[in-house]
Design a protein around this ligand. Structure first.
Ligand code: ZN
Length: 405
């Protein structure tokens, strides 16, 4: 069990946002990959002919290369370029809008995806969605505005316009990640990831009890609960619960920051099968925040509250630290574990993730898979970027000293 996360405030009240990693995070059902020659079924050895020669028997030829879909069986739908936000009371658009693709019509692999599309059409049915939402609300004894984006389902106790604005932020982050990294960080579906926003302390505590009472979360101990009570959010790879009254002004920077940061945490944990090193989880989540806001403001805590004060401008803070030789070596950053991390530590995690993201989106897209394989940070970065770690680190220093240019 781990605990994390906080919204920092550079001026007055510190609104803490913490989360714990709940155990049993469901992984998105793995989609079978495209067939490759290596996947062809092993052919039984043919019986030897009377003449003692083996009868030649050819395996089924693998499907030919399909350029239109790059052998994925899926063609990018034009709707992928649109932001997808669907509220509970709205009629669903066609299934390809939520999935973001159409089955490829040029190859046999596309046929497998027709079924997926049909299943999605059923899931999107308004009555079916409503049933799922109603069950959660009944169990919790509280009502929400419910919606989904392509990656997450939201359960918000807030105004419809605030819910919609936050949903659009999720989609904007996802769209940017999609453009830069393909779908590498976007494995979740709305059914896998949930973000709840509750209006006050009473409902926050109620939700906390509900999560803690789930037998699959039995490793959440009293210390975790005590910490969760002090912070303005808690969560896991699959669920984040945010206490709204602590994150909106005047106490906080706004719901959007915490919601997007939490969204990033869930994306990176899911895409790495929860094997993400801590520096990268934090750095990536702050990166998501900075994709839609001028500057990140959130950070995570685990185990205990960790109140730190930040320079408002993270880019400047890192440049100054490097010039003053106060920044840490990457090798040290890779071992950070959130106990007693300084503001500069959080900022450095973000700055490294941002550099890696901006430098090469395709290399960045390889990271979740490498972390999921259990590679160390150093090995994963060298392999993805095809460079020795010290060269990469040197490049980062030059970039960061120039203010991220
Ligand atoms: Zn195809």
């Amino acid at each position: 069990m781990e605990i994390r996360r906080v919204l920092r405030s550079s001026t007055c009240t510190r609104a803490l946002v913490m989360s714990c990693l709940l155990i049993s995070g469901l992984l998105a059902a793995e989609e079978p990959g495209p067939a490759t020659p290596g996947d062809a079924p092993v052919q039984p050895k043919p019986p030897a002919g009377d003449d003692g020669l083996e009868i030649a028997q050819r395996p089924e030829p693998p499907p030919a290369d399909c350029a239109p879909c790059n052998n994925t069986g899926r063609a990018v739908s034009p709707s992928l370029k649109l932001l997808y936000v669907l509220f509970e009371n709205e009629e669903a658009p066609p299934a390809e809008a939520s999935l973001g693709w159409l089955p490829c019509t040029q190859c046999v692999r596309g046929k497998a995806h027709i079924e997926r599309l049909e299943a999605e059409g059923k899931r999107l049915d308004r009555d079916a969605r409503h049933k799922g939402y109603a069950l959660r609300e009944k169990q919790l004894g509280m009502g929400f505005i419910d919606f989904e984006t392509r990656q997450v389902t939201g359960h918000f106790q807030t105004s419809p316009s605030e819910a919609r604005g936050t949903a659009l932020l999720f989609e904007q982050v996802a769209q940017k990640l999609r453009a830069r990294t393909g779908a590498a960080f976007l494995r979740g579906t709305p059914e896998d990831l949930h973000i709840a926003v509750v209006e006050n302390e009473a409902n926050y505590l109620k939700y906390l009890d509900y999560v803690a009472a789930d037998p699959s979360n039995k490793d959440l101990d009293e210390n975790w609960k005590a910490l969760a009570k002090k912070t303005s959010s808690f969560g896991s790879r699959n669920l984040t619960v945010i206490r709204r009254d602590l994150v909106v002004p005047p106490k906080g920077f706004g719901l959007g920051h915490v919601a997007v940061f939490s969204f990033g945490q869930m994306l990176v944990r899911q895409s790495t099968e929860n094997k993400v090193p801590l520096w990268f989880a934090g750095g990536f989540s702050s990166l998501c925040e900075s994709l839609v806001f001028a500057a990140p403001v959130c950070y995570s805590v685990r185990y205990e509250q960790n109140e730190v004060a930040f320079e408002a401008d993270w880019t400047k803070a890192i440049a100054q630290a490097l010039n003053a030789k106060k920044a840490r070596q990457w090798a040290t950053v890779f071992t950070l574990d959130e106990v007693g991390m300084s503001a500069l530590d959080y900022q450095q995690c973000w700055a490294i993730a941002k550099y890696l993201y901006e430098r090469d989106g395709l290399a960045f897209a390889k990271l979740p898979g490498l972390f999921a394989e259990g590679k160390s940070s150093a090995d994963a970065l060298s392999e993805a970027y095809g460079q020795k770690l010290d060269q990469l680190e040197f490049g980062w220093m030059v970039w960061a000293k120039r203010g991220g240019k």
